[in-house]
Design a binder for this molecule. Structure first.
Ligand code: SF4
Ligand code: MG
Length: 331
């Protein structure tokens, strides 16, 4: 089976006065039908740039320096803007953290959803409106017929996110990318939105990518995780594997910093230090200045991702020791 999405050795660079900033490099992953991959990392880890690139929205002053992205087997790396416009919405769609900035405040929600059908499907006014109401019902907006004529500000944060999901799903995409889809919402609404996404995913056999810094959200929403640090994927695996037995010291640090994932009452440990300046990253492993496991080799040789099992990889020289929980403390 061809994966819905294949990313192979992707590199994205920004031009800066200090020289090229390598925001993403050597990034490879796949997403299949009905599967959710979470991309996790701190801000600046390259996760949002990766997501934007997948949508053909390479940020200003950035370029794809290497690699290949294929959607349903089709290489999309060199598509024109016009070709991308067709692909977005139809094959791959996105939902954002802040629906208010993505919706037009001066147009009714019904108009904005119906517009998708008018513009992309050539449907008439009445049929577009009917389809918009149907879609709003599907994403759990009560009393959809009446709410078509409300403007975005009349909806709660959770309901607005449902509107965004409706718009993203309007053209039956195969792949949905959600960048921090629940960050602005309170915990109860967060859970409802994640449930809705799962439900729509099953119904439509969608592949999904969730970009998040919230490991609690990821644990509930994803099947597999890719952890990003300094522009690279440093660890991948199923949620269960990665959460129970992290294979990279950075992942270990992220886990220890999350209160809800701990039940042993031990104090939280944030990861010391800061992510590196990507115009001048450290030699060897870019995590070494922050890594409690670091040794001489780490300062000299950059670790490449290594397979540790089926769909399980780590870019750490000492992954086996990290999994085994052996902490040498050698520096
Ligand atoms: Fe730490 Fe070395 Fe592994 Fe990098 S390669 S994460 S510095 S132990
Ligand atoms: Mg971001």
């Amino acid at each position: 089976m061809t994966p819905l999405l294949e990313v192979d050795d992707l590199a994205v660079e920004f031009d800066t006065p200090k020289g090229p900033l390598r925001a993403v490099r050597g990034v490879s992953f796949q997403v299949n039908e009905c599967e959710t991959l979470a991309i996790v990392g701190e801000s600046g880890s390259g996760k949002s740039v990766t997501a934007q690139t997948l949508l053909g929205l390479v940020p200003l002053r950035a370029r794809i320096a290497a690699g290949r992205v294929a959607i349903e087997g089709r290489d999309v790396t060199g598509l024109s803007d016009r070709e991308w416009q067709r692909l977005r919405g139809e094959r791959i769609a996105m939902i954002f953290q802040d629906p208010l900035s993505a919706l037009n405040p001066s147009l009714t929600v019904g108009y904005q959803i119906a517009e998708m059908f008018r513009r992309h499907r050539g449907l008439g006014r009445r049929e577009s409106r009917r389809r918009a109401a149907e879609l709003m019902t599907q994403v759990g907006i009560p009393d959809a017929e009446r709410r078509l004529d409300d403007h975005p500000h009349r909806f709660s944060g959770g309901m607005r996110q449902r509107v965004m999901i409706a718009m993203a799903l309007a053209l039956d995409p195969r792949l949905l990318i959600a960048d921090e889809p629940t960050t602005a919402l309170d915990v109860t609404v967060q859970a409802q939105i994640l449930r809705l996404l799962r439900q729509r995913q099953r119904a439509e056999r969608l592949g999904m990518i969730i970009i998040s810094h919230d490991l609690g959200v990821v644990a509930r929403a994803a099947d597999r995780v890719a952890v990003m640090y300094a522009g690279r994927i440093v660890e991948t695996g199923t949620v269960a594997e990665v959460y129970e037995r992290p294979a990279h010291p950075y992942t270990l640090g992220l886990m220890r910093a999350v209160p809800t994932l701990r039940d042993d009452g031990a104090p939280l440990e944030a990861i010391d230090g800061h992510p590196p300046d990507l115009t001048a990253p450290p030699a060897g492993c870019s995590f070494h200045p922050r890594c409690p496991f670091a040794r001489d080799r780490c300062r000299e040789v950059e670790p490449e991702p290594r397979e540790l099992g089926p769909q399980r990889a780590s870019a750490c020289h000492f992954a086996e020791e990290v999994i085994a929980g052996v902490h040498t403390g050698a520096r």
